[in-house]
Design a protein around this ligand. Structure first.
Ligand code: ADP
Ligand code: MG
Length: 659
């Protein structure tokens, strides 16, 4: 049933997020916003008056004192018409559009009751229906507000330093590059980099993690987070919708609007139920010739907690996830997650921290340690790969000069090829890469490459011209929660697969340590995609978990692509689901949310069918008075809606397998 009372809110409310204001700088926005609310409140107030009127007439009917003044039936009739007006209006609208709805079936039942002189019955039914609509509207509205709360937390005013003076201006008037001042207790209004000051910031609004994060010169701060301790001066980089927070808001808004497949099923189910109610009623009338039974059948068979309960459950699921720093792009992913049976995990950056350190350098063929490191660092100078960054950093620490080069070619999943200005070549990467270029791999390399017993360790080879100069071993720690998470996933019957571009031995070592069902190494990015395709063809429903940087194709191919965001917004763009912290246990949480959400929806479906069937049977045999039928209709519908609304209140079950 559509909540008539909150319609204005649902339709207009969406376009008034502060994020919009920041961008278009429209000063009237706020005014309009408030206007909306007052409009909504007055509309709601009228409904409450109607409800009160109906209640009063019902009470007076029961006590009967009114009888002395006027014929009772007239009063009941008038109250039904006035009180039930919104229901009739909606029914008329639906009739014109030839759409079968609950309002229509209830209206027909009401009119039928009035026609056979059951005024009191009509009165009570109108009361129940109106009551249900108000409560339902309130619950759904509450759900929307929960998501809006996320959005309203951005400040509108900001302190900016201009010409040496501090001024208060609207966020929309700040230009990029300006320095803003954020005092303790204030919310950060924009994304930017700290230029002065030191503090701790609560980033829960983005990551769902309430442990404050340290901020000092050079670190990034995010809009929507709360400054806890010191004064921070921040150079503005992004405002409004462009901020990470703004992007999350945009995605959640979109997610809210998009319809999950199960919602379409629910809509169709609700529509079919109305026809079914009429069929059952017609049959009842033909067989029993009892108008009261027929009315009771229409009323009880129209009970449908699915139409409103399903979108509410999905809204609650998405909202609940968002509060924990899990961004879901649409109800469809929440639904798909429920059916996932295989979880594919990328190694570097996902199962490991992605911040490797050099643990060993082995020179070969007469080279020395610094020479190996220097050559590798020259090739990796502009590398964005964590291995490359670690190599360059080490070379800088040792004060090794990095000379110019002519061209650099990066091969994802393999390594780098670099041509020096003097015709020399440098290769850094996997054994396969060096072999591809025709370098002869000396026997000693075997020693370097043994990373078998050291999970998280990886080795890269460095080649110069036709020679292998040596190998560098890097250690990337496995995430502390990785083992636990994999164990929980296995326990819940998911098939876990580790994919990596790293050497097969390294993959094996890490896989064994973590306890995944299968680990495959030596994969190029496109081979990862092939592997996922293969799983899909075998009928598996695959969730791919990656860091979102070089796994984009695999994330896109999987049934659901899950990125570990670490507060970056690249991941937000490509993944279906983004875990804003790099805490792997969030993976369990999102799977759990999806499972609970789906369970609630299924319960509502089954419950509706059971209630309606039993109700119809009783009504058919004349054992259900129309008033009781109305009570069952309203009661069951509200029960299912409340069941969905429970999902809003589910608390984070950190680390525990939330399934
Ligand atoms: P993963 O699949 O674990 O995320 P990648 O696909 O990024 O790993 O890389 C796979 C392997 O390719 C690495 O283990 C490394 O041996 C090699 N490699 C990739 N990029 C580089 C680079 N920039 N420098 C050196 N080696 C690299
Ligand atoms: Mg990777």
């Amino acid at each position: 049933m559509k909540p008539t009372s909150t319609k204005s809110h649902a339709e207009e409310g969406n376009s008034h997020f502060p994020g919009c204001e920041c961008q278009n700088g429209d000063g009237h926005e706020q005014y309009d916003h408030e206007d909306d609310y007052s409009h909504e409140h007055s509309a709601e107030a009228v409904e409450y008056v109607r409800l009160g009127l109906l209640a009063m007439v019902i009470i007076s009917s029961l006590t009967g004192w009114w009888k002395h003044f006027m014929s009772h039936d007239w009063l009941a009739l008038a109250a039904t018409v006035v009180g039930g007006w919104p229901i009739f209006e909606e029914a008329w609208e639906n009739l014109r559009k030839r759409r079968m709805t609950m309002e229509l079936s209830m209206t027909i039942a009401l009119i039928a009751a009035l026609c056979i002189g059951q005024f009191f019955t009509a009165l009570v039914i109108a009361f129940f229906v109106l009551f249900a609509e108000l409560l339902e509207g309130y619950t759904v509205g509450e759900g929307r507000r929960a998501i809006e709360k996320l959005i309203e937390s951005l400040p509108r005013q900001v302190t900016v330093r201009r010409a040496g003076e501090e001024q208060q201006v609207a966020v929309s008037d700040v230009s990029l590059g300006e320095t803003i001042i954020i005092r303790p207790g204030e919310r950060v209004p924009a994304d930017g980099t700290v230029v002065k000051g030191h503090s701790f910031v609560d980033q829960a609004s983005i990551t769902g993690e309430s442990l404050p994060v340290e901020k000092a010169e050079g670190t990034k701060v995010f809009a929507g987070t709360i400054n806890k301790e010191g004064v921070l001066q921040v150079s503005v980089e992004k405002i409004g919708r462009d901020t990470t927070f703004g992007k999350i808001i945009g995605i959640v808004e979109q997610a809210e609007k998009s319809k999950a497949p199960v919602q379409r099923i629910a809509d169709r189910f609700a529509a079919a139920l109305v026809y079914f109610a009429f069929g059952a009623a017609t049959l009842t009338f033909i067989v029993t010739r009892n108008v009261t039974s027929t009315i009771a059948v229409i009323i009880v068979a129209g009970a449908c907690g699915v139409a409103a309960g399903t979108p509410l459950a999905i809204l609650a699921g998405i909202g609940n996830a968002a509060r924990r720093g899990i961004v879901i792009k649409g109800g469809i992913y929440l639904e798909l997650l429920n059916g996932i049976d295989t979880i594919v995990l990328d190694k570097t950056g996902t199962l490991t921290l992605g911040v490797p350190r050099i643990t060993n350098i082995t020179p070969l063929n007469g080279a020395d340690e610094d020479g190996v490191l220097q050559m590798a660092a020259i090739a990796e100078q502009h590398s964005e790969h964590p291995l490359g960054e670690a190599i360059v950093q080490k070379a800088r620490e040792r004060g090794l000069p990095l000379r110019e080069y002519k061209s650099i070619h990066y091969m994802p999943g393999k390594g780098v090829h670099c041509s020096g200005g003097d015709g020399s070549e440098i290769l850094v990467g996997t054994r396969g890469l060096l072999e591809e270029y025709g370098l002869e791999i000396p026997k000693e390399v075997e020693q370097v490459l043994v990373t078998k017993d050291r999970p998280g360790h990886t080795a890269v080879l460095v080649g110069r011209n036709r020679n292998v100069l040596g190998g560098i071993v890097l250690a990337d720690e496995l995430r502390t929660e990785a083992k636990e998470t994999i164990a929980a996933l296995n326990r819940h019957g998911y098939r876990t697969i580790l994919l990596t571009g790293d050497a097969p031995e390294t993959a094996q070592a890490a896989g064994q340590e973590l306890g995944v069902n299968e680990s495959i190494g030596g994969l190029l990015p496109e081979q990862k995609v092939d592997k996922i395709r293969e799983l899909l063809r075998a009928g598996r429903k695959v969730a791919m978990v990656g860091d979102g940087v070089n796994d984009a194709p695999a994330l896109a191919e999987a049934t659901v692509g899950i990125a570990m965001g670490q507060g970056t917004d690249v991941a937000l763009e490509i993944a279906d689901v983004t875990l804003m912290t790099s805490d792997l246990s969030r993976l369990l949480e999102v799977l759990g949310i999806s499972k609970r959400c789906y369970r609630v929806i299924m319960f509502n479906f089954c419950g509706t069918i059971v209630v309606d069937t039993i109700g119809i049977a009783f009504a058919f045999f004349g054992m259900l008075a129309p008033i009781i039928a109305a009570l069952i209709h309203v009661g069951s519908e509200l029960a299912f809606i409340m069941n969905s609304a429970r999902l809003f209140r589910q608390q984070a079950a950190h680390k525990s397998p939330a399934v």
